[in-house]
Each structure stands twice: as C-alpha cells, then as structure tokens.
Design a protein around this ligand. Structure first.
Ligand SMILES: Cc1ncc(COP(=O)(O)O)c(C=O)c1O
Length: 397
C-alpha cells in the first residue's frame, strides 16, 4: 500500500486519537528507518524511547523468530520459561524482589498502585491515598490518568479515581505536607519525560524516600521512560542512591514487543496472592524472549555507559549550536533523554521541518522538542540529525 491508501483506510476505520504526522514507515535498521516511498530517515525518537537497540537488532530478531517458531502464548495458567528467566535477570540487575509482567507502562503502574493498596490492607490498616507529581505522566487507564498530574487531560473523563493528590516537582515542603498516615504510596518519575524532560533533583528523591519511610508509605518509581539504560545507568534511580519499594518498567524492555513489568521488594511483593492480579497476555513467551535478548544486550554491551557518554556529547553540541539562537530557551537532559525548549509553541513545526529533511524528532509539548535516540545510534548520525534540527530551528531565530 502507498501512503495515501494507508491514510484513507485509517481515516475511515481507526479512531481519531492520534494526530499523526504525514508519514508511514515500513522498514528500519539500527537508527535508520524508511517510509513507504523508500525515503530514509535518521530516527532520534526510537518509537518514543522503545527501540533502545534500534530497529531490527539481530539478537532480538533471532530471539523473536526462534520463540515464534516454538510457542508464543499459553496464558499464566502454566509456568513460562522465558518469564521466569526475565524476572531473575531484572532482579539480578536491580534489587532482590519479585516481578509481575504486564503489556504496557500504564498497566505496570496500575498494578503497582493496586499492590501498594493491597500491602496496607494486609497490614491491617488500609490506606487509600496516593501522592503524585504535577506534570507527571503515568498512563491512560482511568487510574493512571488520575495519577498523571496534567489536569488538561482529565476533564472529559470525570469522575476520576478518588484518593490522588499532586504536588510540585522538587518542592520538598509540599510533598511533606501532602503525605500522611493515609498515604499508601508516593509515585514519581526520576525524570519526567512527557512534561518535556524535567528532572527530579536527587535531594527531592532522597526527601521522598525519607518522608515515605516516616509515614509508612511506599515509594513507587515509574521508570517506564527512564529505564533500560537511557539515562546512563540501567535505571535512573541508581544515580540518586535511593531504592524504591516498587519499580515500574516498560517501553524499552523488549525493544518494541509490548511488555511492562513492576518489581517489588519481597515484603511488599508478598502482598499479591493467588487471584489478586492477573493479565492474559502479560509475560507471554514471545514478549519475554524478546525482553531477555534485549536486556542481556543492553547489559553485555554496557549501553547505559554509552548513553551517558554520547548523551553528554550531544547535549554539549546542542548547547553550543543553539547558544546564540533567540528561539531556544534551554537544552536539558540526562543521557539520551534530551529536551530542547523554545520560546514559542513551534515544536510541531520543527518536527515537520525535520521530517521533510529526513530526521525524526518529537514534539513532546508545544514548546519542547524531545530526542530519545536508540542507545546504539552512531555518534556521526546523531550529530548529523542534530545539525539538521538546528538548521530547521534557525528560521525562527
Ligand atoms: C513515565 C511513563 N509512565 C507510563 C507511561 C505509559 O506507558 P504506556 O503508553 O506503555 O501505557 C509512559 C508513556 O509514555 C511514560 O512515559
């Protein structure tokens, strides 16, 4: 099918939830991707931080093909070898605990919130409340939408789930006064991705840990976007020195095959018993085989260190190239999670300009362009992509 045929089918049969860019891709390799007309692009978004090993990484392709030819799905009524293997691998590289596997980031967060309530219920003192952050993003199910601190997304879906409040990022006093003996958990992202790459200070994460400990509340860290090496360590929490009680993971875990997970320390994981939570597809053979291959590659090739080094280089380059540009307000980021904030709401125009010139960047907010390149992107191709983006931005400077 050519692009116009795809577009006309979509316009007729698919719900209009995505304001799509005018392109359909059909093939990818590494950090390169091709559209249906054969035009080549440098991909600096990697499917919103999902294709961390780039497109069609040979190790993941092999794992998917091998698994698909043996068995794909049996349900969680039975034991699943790659699920058990993946859970061990995740725990070995984070902290001792137990995992539950989902199909997405929202489901991982939904499960984490349920687990927190169940933990307090089992302790004999049910706690209903959750404290989250303004500007956060945790998903689109009704509960994770409620946890998401973006009121603009709430209005059509009222009433939301009761028990959630939101405090300002990096405001320790506000957090302190919001957390009480009724708080089941505090949930936060170490770096907020969807609000335009806004990092929690390490002091704030430490304070969150202490406040939770004093109140007997749990600390849930949502590493759906920051996880799998993107920020320079396998998970961003490692850089803060704070360990969460529950960690949520998704996006990059299986390099594009849908999967999510939440991991809890043993005392909390124990709260989930037979029948408390379930997912038909969660942790199936195919997704877990792809995830084992992805995670092993990230670890064996020390890709977090690569992300840290290359990210510093790219951020430095971006700062020096945009330093004199009146349109650019700030370049910020950690590792390969980078935001370029502008003084006008032109990020969509920048994205379209880059697309025309064969470079994929993302308009995360109206005024901020986000880069989430695959961790394997070559330095030269990332620099080439950045050069194009800066050229595009010059028309507003
Ligand atoms: C931090 C964070 N949490 C949760 C989600 C939701 O993940 P999913 O879209 O897989 O449900 C996202 C997605 O962007 C995210 O960035």
């Amino acid at each position: 099918m050519d692009f116009e045929q795809i577009k006309s089918l979509e316009n007729k049969y698919v719900m209009r939830t995505y304001n799509r860019l005018p392109v359909a891709f059909s093939e990818g390799k590494g950090a390169r991707i091709w559209d249906t007309a054969g035009k080549e692009y440098i991909d600096l978004v990697s499917g919103i931080g999902v294709n961390i090993l780039g497109h069609c990484h040979p190790v993941v392709v092999e794992a998917i093909c091998n698994q698909a030819g043996r068995i794909v799905h049996t349900s969680n009524l039975y034991y699943i070898e790659p699920q058990a293997e993946l859970a061990e691998l995740i725990c070995q590289h984070t902290f001792p605990g137990r995992c539950f596997f989902t199909n997405s980031g929202a489901e991982a967060n939904e499960g984490a919130l349920k687990l927190a309530r169940k933990y307090h219920y089992d302790m004999g003192k049910p706690r209903k409340e959750f404290v989250c952050l303004k500007g956060s993003f945790h998903g689109r199910t009704l509960t994770t939408l409620t946890a998401t601190g973006q009121p603009g997304k709430w209005a059509p879906f009222m009433p939301l789930v009761p028990g959630f409040s939101h405090v300002t990022l990096n405001d320790v006093d506000e957090l302190e006064s919001a957390v009480s003996e009724d708080t089941a958990a505090v949930m936060l992202e170490v770096i907020q991705g969807e609000s335009g790459i806004n990092a929690a200070s390490h002091e704030f994460v430490h304070a969150a840990r202490e406040i939770c400990d004093r109140a007997g509340a749990l600390l849930i860290l949502d590493e759906v976007q920051t996880g799998l090496g993107r920020t320079g360590t396998l998970f961003a929490y490692e850089q803060t020195g704070v360990r969460p009680d529950i960690l949520t993971i998704a996006k990059g875990l299986a390099n594009g095959v849908p999967i999510g997970a939440f991991l809890a320390v043993p005392d909390i994981a124990r709260a989930f018993n037979y029948g408390d939570h379930a997912s038909t597809f969660g942790g199936n053979f195919l997704a877990c085989a792809a995830a084992v291959a992805t995670l092993e590659t990230v670890i064996n090739e020390d890709l977090p260190a690569r992300a840290e080094k290359l990210g510093s280089r790219l951020i430095g380059e971006l700062r020096s190239k945009t330093g004199g540009m009146s349109i650019v307000k700030e370049v910020r980021g950690v590792g390969l999670m980078i935001g370029i904030e502008m003084k006008k709401n032109i990020s969509r125009e920048v994205v379209v300009g880059c697309l025309d010139r064969g470079v994929i960047v993302n308009a995360v907010t109206p005024d901020t362009v986000r880069l989430l390149p695959p961790l394997i992107v070559e330095e030269e191709e990332a620099l080439e992509g950045i050069e194009v983006m800066v050229e595009v931005m010059k028309q507003w400077s």
